[in-house]
Every structure is written in structure tokens, then in C-alpha cells.
Ligand binder design. Structure first.
Ligand SMILES: Nc1ncnc2c1ncn2[C@@H]1O[C@H](COP(=O)(O)OP(=O)(O)OP(=O)(O)O)[C@@H](O)[C@H]1O
Length: 365
């Protein structure tokens, strides 16, 4: 069943499911493009939600994906999984061991009706850089290579959505770093929305433009990743890993000093030692709360490259001895993790003007 508005770019998952000691109850309307991360503590229902969208669990409600109605219990409509145009990538690549990488990918392709095939096999192979792996059996591939083949197999079926359940969590840091750029490429070259479960805030910050925070089967918060990461009422903005994500545009690269300048909605930031990027390139920057300090007078003769005029938006006490500050630069919210002692000594309070000294800025893509 296809909705009359074929240009509908959204994913709706209005779902309820009751188990003996767990209930899923979500009303989600998500973007029909880009990566949406599902994040939350173990057992909060991330996998159950993804499986329900896939029709692998019999939740009740309504699921639509960019105009396709997969489930509408009110209209007694429910498509089984094989009739839902989706790709599913699990933590461990579940490839057929007796088939080569190529035959694994072709297997998915054969099961896709010709009318639905929109993604060319060659394109998928090129995108994931797996041409040299095609004749090999899964047992001869590394974990990262296997996962790239599994993603290729899912993509080759021309899915309307890609469901990824912790696709990198079984890989060590090095293999993860090897696969991540392919996920970036996927976003740049394929217009397929991705729902992505991850336990890693780093991964979420890097890949996801949209974020859903779940707890005990319910949605705690949902919205732009950058906005949610900086919200003091949410657990993400607390502790040693708290960080703000800042969308920016490269304006200059000074090759002699290895300094890149990027403009964001609130000023300029300079990054040292990053690869040269052409002016105009859109980038996402990550600023950790522990790398931001606050001064009440403009710091002089400082080695810190980035000093921004800000306004303190909010202050919240943290784990013993710490306070988390939201500081606003233009329209951008940053986080600063300070000692309680400094907050008291300096008499810091919401509404005050100050200078944020940013010690480290990381390029996410
Ligand atoms: N097949 C099942 N039968 C009964 N209960 C289940 C089943 N699968 C999961 N559960 C329970 O449902 C709840 C949600 O599980 P789910 O796997 O969706 O959580 P999750 O957020 O994906 O967790 P994790 O991050 O650990 O993977 C948990 O309480 C879990 O114990």
C-alpha cells in the first residue's frame, strides 16, 4: 500500500508492544533521510523497536516509510518482513559461510523484485570498496571486511530504509575506524534513510543528524543531535564524555601553520593539524565540555587558539566537585565542565557574559 503523497519524506513508527516485564510505547515521526540514532541504556527497547519496524516483532500501531505503509492496524494492514523494503545489518555480519562475498550480495539482489531495484550492484561494490573481496568466503575476511560486505548485501536490495543494530560494536577501534568512512560515503552517495542503534556517543555524534533517546520503552527526547547533546536536562550532557557538536563551514586553510578556520553560527573556530579542506566545505566539529573553560575578562597572552564571547545560559551541579555550564555563542550552545570551586569563586551565574576558552576542537567527518 502506497500513500498518495509519494514525496512524503518521513518515517512514522507509532508502536506499542507488551511483554511480561517490558512495554514499548513510542510515537515517533522521524526524518525520511540521513542517519537517526537510537540511543539509551541496555534493555530500553532499541532492538525491539527496530525489529518491530521490520515486522520481526508483532507490535501494534502504524509504520510508514517515505510514503509506504507497512503497518496500519487500525486499517487491518500488516506486511510481513519480506514485503517490507528494508535492509537489516546486525552486530555480527550474518553472511552465508558457504557462499563467496559476491554470491552473498547477489543472493539479496535475487530476492528483490526487478521493479524495486534502484541501486546498481557495481555502485554498491564501489561505494563500500569491496571489489577485491568478492571472490572470498566470509571466513577469510576480517570483521570489518565482513561488515562492509553485509552492508553491501543490505544495500543491494534497494531498501527504503536501512536498519543497523550496533553494526560496529563487534569491531575493535582500528576496524571501526576502517568502516566508519564507508558509512559517511553511504550518506553522501545514497539517499536511503538509516536507523542506527549505537551505545557509543562518539559514533552518534559522528554519524547521526537526528537522535532518539529511549528509556524503559519510551521516548525521553528526540530531535537534532547537536541540540540534544547540549541539553542539561538530559543525561548525555553530563559527565566526562559530554560534548557539543557544532555544524560549521571551512573558510580558510593555512598550510604553513596547518591551521584550518571554520565559521559557525556564533563565531570562528580554528583547528590545528587537520587535513586541508577546501573553503566552503561543510564540517561537523566536536567540542568536549572538559576542554572548555570560562573567563570573565578577555584572556590575554594565552596559548589557547579559540576564545569566544558567550553568555552563560545555565549552570547545573554535577558529580561531586563539578558543574556543567551551558554557554551560548550566537545561536550555538556549547558545554563547559568546570569545578564547583571555580563557579563559586568567580560568582558565575546564568545570564552573565563571559569568554569561553576552547582548548580542543575535533573534526568529526
Ligand atoms: N525475545 C524476547 N522475549 C522476552 N523479552 C525480551 C525478548 N527480547 C528482549 N526482551 C526484553 O525486552 C526488553 C528490551 O530489550 P531490547 O533488546 O529491545 O533492548 P535494547 O535497548 O536493544 O538492549 P541492548 O542495548 O542491551 O541491546 C528487555 O527487558 C529485554 O530483556
Amino acid at each position: 500500500m502506497t500513500a498518495p503523497h509519494s514525496n512524503d519524506r518521513s518515517i512514522a513508527a507509532h508502536l506499542q508492544l507488551q511483554r511480561a516485564d517490558f512495554a514499548l510505547d513510542v510515537q515517533l515521526n522521524l526524518p525520511g533521510q540521513g542517519v537517526t540514532a537510537l540511543f539509551g541504556p541496555s534493555g530500553c527497547g532499541k532492538t525491539t523497536l527496530l525489529r518491530s519496524i521490520a515486522g520481526l516483532e508483532r507490535a501494534h500501531g502504524r509504520v510508514t516509510v517515505n510514503g509506504d505503509v507497512w503497518q496500519d492496524d487500525a486499517a487491518r494492514h500488516w506486511l510481513p518482513t519480506h514485503q517490507r523494503a528494508l535492509g537489516y545489518v546486525f552486530q555480527e555480519a550474518s553472511l552465508f559461510p558457504h557462499l563467496t562475498a559476491e554470491d552473498n550480495i547477489r543472493y539479496g539482489l535475487r530476492r528483490t523484485p526487478a521493479a524495486r531495484q534502484r541501486v546498481a550492484l557495481e555502485q554498491v561494490i564501489e561505494l563500500l570498496g569491496i571489489a577485491p573481496l568478492l571472490p572470498r568466503k566470509p571466513s577469510t575476511l576480517s570483521g570489518g571486511e565482513r561488515q562492509r560486505v553485509a552492508i553491501a548485501r543490505a544495500l543491494a536490495t534497494s531498501p527504503r530504509v536501512l536498519l543497523m543494530d550496533e553494526p560496529l560494536s563487534a569491531l575493535d577501534a582500528e576496524r571501526k575506524a576502517e568502516v566508519l568512512p564507508y558509512l559517511d560515503r553511504l550518506q553522501a552517495h545514497q539517499d536511503i534513510p538509516v536507523l542506527y542503534i549505537s551505545h557509543s556517543l562518539d559514533e552518534v555524534a559522528r554519524l547521526a543528524s537526528h537522535l532518539v533517546l529511549l528509556r524503559a520503552g519510551r521516548v525521553v527526547a528526540e530531535g537534532h543531535t547537536a541540540q540534544l547533546l547540549a541539553r542539561l536536562d538530559l543525561p548525555l550532557a553530563h559527565g566526562d564524555t559530554a560534548a557539543a557538536v557544532v555544524p560549521a563551514t571551512v573558510t580558510q586553510h593555512d598550510a604553513s601553520d596547518h591551521l584550518t578556520t571554520a565559521q559557525f553560527d556564533g563565531g570562528q573556530l580554528r583547528l590545528v593539524g587537520t587535513q586541508a579542506r577546501a573553503p566552503g566545505t561543510a564540517v561537523r566539529l566536536r567540542i568536549q565540555a572538559r576542554d572548555v573553560s570560562v573567563a570573565l575578562v578577555p584572556p590575554a597572552y594565552s596559548s589557547i587558539l579559540n576564545v569566544l564571547p558567550v553568555q552563560i545560559a545555565a549552570i547545573q551541579p554535577e558529580a561531586p566537585g563539578y558543574a556543567m555550564l551551558q554557554v551560548q555563542a550566537g545561536a550555538t550552545m556549547l558545554l563547559a565542565r568546570l569545578s564547583q570551586h571555580s563557579v563559586q569563586q568567580m560568582g558565575l551565574c546564568a545570564g552573565q557574559s563571559a569568554w569561553a576558552q576552547v582548548k580542543g576542537v575535533a573534526l568529526l567527518d
